[in-house]
Every structure is written in structure tokens, then in C-alpha cells.
Write a protein that binds this ligand. Structure first.
Ligand code: AP5
Ligand code: MG
Length: 210
């Protein structure tokens, strides 16, 4: 049966990391608005050029740009299970998603991680330019600046600089955190402690969804 899951949480909460487990175990398509936007930036499209000006500052990209991305993805994959990562990010986006889902049941997982851990994790995050694998300089897996999985070049995201991380956290608390209240009021919210090992967090998510 078609399943819809939403992963919420601050920047660096581990949404992308846990999405890898969820998409494999629950056979879902991973829809990360951040990844779609970064692909548009890399391809130099008009949308990418516009989005980049917001992303580099750690601000939210305007809703109409995001709705355009979501619409085409949902039309293209109408019959598939979807894991939303990084969307919705404000209350207007949540209301719009409700409208699009049109009574389809869904669950929302909130990964709870304190601000200091977010700072530590994002300062040490590295990403493979070829396969997208996420690394932490605290965990290893990178050899001579190359991805331990595919050998691609590993880079640091522009928005992972300390001042930008701080601004992303402010934006999270002001605009995205209220979305958790919105879903709690609708009895959709499953709160997950987002600290501990990646495997321990995956296990908490499995238990919450069981
Ligand atoms: P987006 O790409 O969505 O970024 P984000 O929400 O800020 O989240 P991150 O991708 O930074 O973190 P994550 O939770 O995925 O953590 P990860 O698994 O990588 O958005 C980027 C920008 O795009 C936004 O700022 C905005 O401009 C724009 N945007 C996107 N969506 C939008 C929308 N809907 N509306 C408007 N604008 C939008 O993990 C982080 C690090 O921690 C990694 O190094 C990882 O290895 C490590 N880690 C993971 N788990 C653990 C653990 N358990 N213990 C220790 N370290 C861990
Ligand atoms: Mg991510």
C-alpha cells in the first residue's frame, strides 16, 4: 500500500542519514527538497540560480519555487510511497501538503537534536559529489579527500559554515518548529530522540512506526 512519511527536524538532525534506511526498508522514494535544490544549483538552471541566493544565506527558498518542485515530483510518482525530507518547512507548506495528500494517511517523524549537537555535526559533515554519501569527519570513511564508497571527491556544503549554521537554526526555530505543533495537534507526530548511534536511532524509528 502507498505510504507517506514526513521527516522533520533541525538542520543536521540526521534526516538524510535516516532516509537511507527508511527508503530501503520501506521501499519508498526519498524526496529531499534540499537535494532537489542543490541539483538545480549544480545544473545552473534559472530555478537553481534563484534558490542559491537563499540557500547560501541559510534562508528558506520561496514557497512557490518549492511547490513547483513538489508538484512535479508528486505527479510523476503518483502511485509510489514517498518519504518527504526537509518539506514541509513552514505552516503554509504543511497546509498545502495536506491539500495535495487529500485525506491520504501519513505519519510525521520528528528527530529531536539539541542545537549544540547540530553545530558539531554540521561543522564536521562532508558529502560525496558523485554518489551523495554523507560523512562525518568524526566517523571517518574519507580517504585523501575521496569517498570511501565510490572514490568521488568529498566536499563541505557552503551552508555548513558556522555563521550560516547559526542562521539556519534560527530559521528552524522560528518557521519550522511550529510545523511540529501543527502535526501534534492532528495526532500525526512521532517524536524520536535523535542522539545516539545512527543504528540506535533507526531502531527507535522502526519501533515508532511498528
Ligand atoms: P536541506 O538540505 O533540507 O538541509 P537541512 O534541513 O538544513 O538539513 P541537513 O541536510 O543539513 O541535515 P540532515 O538532517 O539531513 O542531516 P544529515 O543526515 O545530513 O536544506 C538546505 C537548504 O535548502 C535550506 O536551508 C533552504 O535554503 C532550502 N530548502 C530546502 N527545503 C526547503 C523547503 N521545503 N522550503 C524552503 N527552503 C528549503 O546529518 C548531518 C551530519 O551528522 C552528517 O555528517 C552525518 O554523518 C552526521 N550524523 C547523522 N546521524 C548522526 C548521529 N546519530 N550521530 C552523530 N552524527 C550523525
Ligand atoms: Mg539533509
Amino acid at each position: 500500500m502507498k505510504r507517506i512519511l514526513i521527516l522533520l527536524g533541525p538542520p543536521g538532525a540526521g534526516k538524510g542519514t535516516q532516509a537511507e534506511m527508511l527508503k530501503n526498508e520501506f521501499n519508498m522514494l526519498h524526496l529531499s527538497t534540499g537535494d532537489l535544490l542543490r541539483a538545480a544549483v549544480k545544473n545552473g538552471t534559472e530555478l537553481g540560480k534563484l534558490a542559491e541566493t537563499y540557500m547560501n544565506k541559510g534562508a528558506l527558498v520561496p514557497d512557490d519555487v518549492i511547490f513547483g518542485l513538489i508538484d512535479s515530483f508528486m505527479v510523476e510518482h503518483a502511485s509510489e510511497s514517498i518519504l518527504f525530507d526537509g518539506f514541509p518547512r513552514n505552516e503554509d507548506q504543511a497546509i498545502e501538503l495536506d491539500r495535495k495528500l487529500n485525506e491520504l494517511p501519513f505519519s510525521v517523524l520528528e528527530l529531536k537534536v539539541p542545537d549544540q549537537s547540530v553545530m558539531d555535526r554540521l561543522s564536521s559533515r562532508r558529502v560525496c559529489a558523485d554518489c551523495g554519501k554523507l560523512f562525518s569527519t568524526s566517523f571517518g570513511g574519507i580517504s585523501d579527500g575521496n569517498c570511501g564508497v565510490c572514490g568521488g571527491k568529498v566536499f563541505q556544503r557552503k551552508d555548513d559554515m558556522p555563521e550560516t549554521i547559526a542562521h539556519r537554526l534560527d530559521v528552524y526555530h522560528e518557521q519550522t518548529k511550529p510545523v511540529t505543533k501543527y502535526y501534534r495537534a492532528k495526532n500525526r507526530l512521532l517524536e524520536i530522540v535523535g542522539e545516539g548511534t545512527v543504528e540506535a536511532i533507526s531502531e527507535r524509528i522502526r519501533n515508532a512506526l511498528a
